[in-house]
Design a protein around this ligand. Structure first.
Ligand code: X8Z
Ligand code: ZN
Length: 649
């Protein structure tokens, strides 16, 4: 990912960089909203919906437009921007790569300097670009104008001291999270292992079924976050100041402007999508809660109450597939346990990545470059701190693909490998575009590509590569499979939405620092129906215990991706000529599906995202109907199971 600049490019961080995604979208809409839309209206691609009164650009720098500016000057200006961004972003990306692979005070400082230089350039250049504001620019230039303004998720104030402070804080928070460990009293005298990493604790969260052991792992990890709170508060102040300088109300307004519609329209559109899927989530929640009540007792999980957040198999209760054994609908239908076979076959990290690569090449994509295998980090080093949160990179924006991941032989990681390779193959298909277009159509697209392919990693496919012994053959087996998928895909939806809901309120000042943790748990309860397992206070900073918060990575992209990936899957299955139920389709080996996907990837951020959506699916907006179609048989079954239950919380 060029992950780019975690800050710089919006998104990037751990995952993709994607920074731009945001920008793209937003800009596109806004600016072009009017200008290029007029042209697009004659074309078959519908214009993104933009309010008539949408501003010419999402942010409005104070600097005046220059009436004497020409299109030729604008073209020369963006050619220089492209050269400058390449130099700055490559340097910053290299520093980030090294710092995340070797967390030390010095690499943290190098990362902060790279970020600082890019931030200084962006704030200055966005202001300078205002001289072209009154010009009717050709579409490619107006889009670069837009994307430039959206070019960072961490805008810096122009005051050099404040900018340096912001860059330092950002690098520090990433390092603090990466180094986070829990050192329980009980291991104090253990010569071998005194402290537990997030990886160790996550394994406890997924495997243990002991209430108190889970609670200990949960509270142990969440204790890494309080020291981050004061820094986070300052990051909010400085980032907001930077956002204002380039014309946005606050950082949240900047983040929401990256979707080729106004920030308000974007908020309404995500709410629309959430309302479409919420009834399915509610059924799943109800069913899972009743099974957990059976396991842990009603004294631990009361009727109508939210589920304690440490009982769902994951540190953040974001995906619940690790507790599949507790909620499996029908026993004796054959195992869906891929982990067992990965371990039995002794597949190492690289072999697991090769499995992912072979899916992409089966669609007609190129093999990963040799340098990918030489430069990537596949395994947690024994002797140093690294940022283990998985990410994908194109460090030099020139097919210099890598992943950085602490792979373990388990199914979850096999799926995450597909996720990360989706980012890398996006990079591979657009690296020849101008720098500002080297992003996803929006950041949800970037997050959704690998997941789309992973939807084709069906039991039948897994059996064909020897990772599953038996394919579910009857309705019962299919329901087992669908429930397992829902524990991942459906359970995640409210979490995907609420993280940025929290940050948008923090950035706008609606949530004051004195209420950070209270607001966090209010949203977690409202959306997910989970509760803090022990009383929390403002001395805690639970949002800081989730990578993307200290890592400054916008999160609503993952919510979008969970919806889009089913849209992409449905479209690619059609291209592959498959006509059966969506949950049985695999596009493995389909060159027709691959060609369709490649065409969309190659667009990068050069066009408003509805055009990219149209190119792959024929649709021009996010649409949850494919997800609902995929899970339709399960939804019916859940409704039957929940009869007589009082659902909700
Ligand atoms: O952060 C990620 C990826 C990198 S972009 C591993 N994901 C989110 C998370 O872990 O919280 C993928 C799913 C959601
Ligand atoms: Zn990702």
């Amino acid at each position: 990912m060029r992950r780019l600049l975690r800050s710089i490019r919006k998104g990037s961080a751990p995952a993709i960089q994607n920074t731009t995604a945001l920008a793209i979208a937003a800009l596109a809409l806004a600016t072009a909203g009017t200008a290029s839309c007029a042209a697009e209206q004659a074309a078959p691609i519908p214009c993104p919906k933009v309010e008539a009164a949408a501003p010419a650009t999402p942010g409005k720098p104070e600097l005046p437009a220059d009436p004497a500016a020409t299109v030729d000057e604008a073209r020369a200006f963006f050619a220089t921007v492209d050269t400058d961004l390449r130099r700055l972003w490559v340097a910053s990306s290299r520093a980030d790569w090294v710092s995340q692979n070797f967390i030390t005070d010095d690499t943290e400082a190098l990362s902060a300097s790279g970020q600082e230089a890019s931030m200084e350039y962006l704030t200055r250049t966005i202001k300078a670009s205002a001289r072209f504001n009154a010009l009717k620019l050709p579409d490619d230039l107006s889009r670069q104008m837009l994307l430039l303004k959206l070019g960072t998720s961490l805008p810096a104030p122009s005051d050099p001291k404040e900018r340096a402070e912001l860059a330092d804080i950002s690098a520090w928070m990433t390092g603090a999270y990466g180094k986070g460990k829990y050192c329980p009293k009980r291991l104090e005298n253990d010569p071998k292992k005194k402290c537990l990493t997030l990886g160790d604790l996550s394994n406890i969260m997924s495997k243990s079924r002991k209430y108190d052991e889970l609670l200990d792992a949960w509270t142990g990890w969440h204790a890494i976050a309080p020291p981050i709170k004061a820094k986070y508060q300052r990051y909010v102040e400085l980032g907001n100041k930077g956002a204002k300088e380039i014309g946005f109300a606050d950082m949240g307004a900047l983040w929401r402007s990256g979707y080729d519609m106004t920030a308000a329209e974007f908020e309404a559109d995500t709410e629309r999508l959430w309302q479409e899927v919420k009834p399915l989530y509610d059924e799943l929640h109800c069913y899972v809660r009743s099974r957990l009540q059976a396991k842990y007792g009603k004294d631990k999980i009361a009727d109508k109450a939210p589920i304690p957040a440490h009982l769902l198999g994951n540190m953040w209760a974001q995906e619940w597939n690790n507790i599949y054994d507790l909620v499996e609908p029908y026993k004796g239908q054959g195992s869906l346990d891929v982990t067992k076979n990965l371990q039995k076959k002794k597949l190492d990290e690289k072999a697991m990545v090769r499995i992912g690569e072979s899916f992409f090449t089966s669609l007609g994509m190129d093999k990963l470059p040799d340098t990918f295998w030489e430069r990537s980090l596949f395994k947690k080093p024994a002797d140093r701190d690294v940022v283990c949160h998985a990410s994908a990179w194109d460090v030099t924006f020139s097919d210099d693909l890598r992943i950085k991941m602490c792979i373990e032989p388990k199914e979850e990681d096999l799926i995450t490998i597909h996720h990360e390779l989706g980012h890398d193959y996006y990079y591979q298909n657009y690296f020849k575009l101008p720098m500002l277009f080297q992003q996803g159509a929006n950041d949800g697209f970037h997050e959704g590509i690998g997941d789309t392919l992973a939807l084709s990693v069906t039991p039948a496919y897994l059996k064909s590569i020897g990772l599953l012994d038996k394919v579910p053959e009857n309705e019962k087996g299919e329901l087992n499979f669908l429930l397992k998928m829902a524990l991942d895909k459906v359970a995640f939806l409210p979490f995907g939405k609420l993280i940025d809901q929290w940050r948008w309120d923090v950035f706008s000042g609606k949530t004051a620092p004195a209420d950070y943790n209270k607001a966090w748990w209010a949203l977690r309860t409202k959306y997910q129906g989970v509760s803090a397992p022990v009383p929390r206070t403002e001395a805690d900073f639970d949002p800081g215990a989730k990578y993307h918060v200290p890592g400054n990575t916008p999160y609503v992209r993952y919510f979008l991706a969970r919806i889009y990936q089913f849209q992409f899957h449905r479209a690619l299955c059609k291209a592959a000529g498959q006509t059966g139920p969506l949950h049985t389709c695999s596009i493995y080996g389909s060159k027709a599906a691959g060609a369709k996907l490649k065409a969309m990837l190659a667009m990068g951020a050069s066009k408003p995202w509805p055009e990219a959506m149209k190119a792959i699916s024929g649709e021009d907006r996010g649409d949850a109907s494919a997800l609902l179609e995929y899970f339709a048989p399960l939804r019916k079954w859940l409704a039957e199971q929940n009869k007589g239950q009082t659902c909700g919380w």
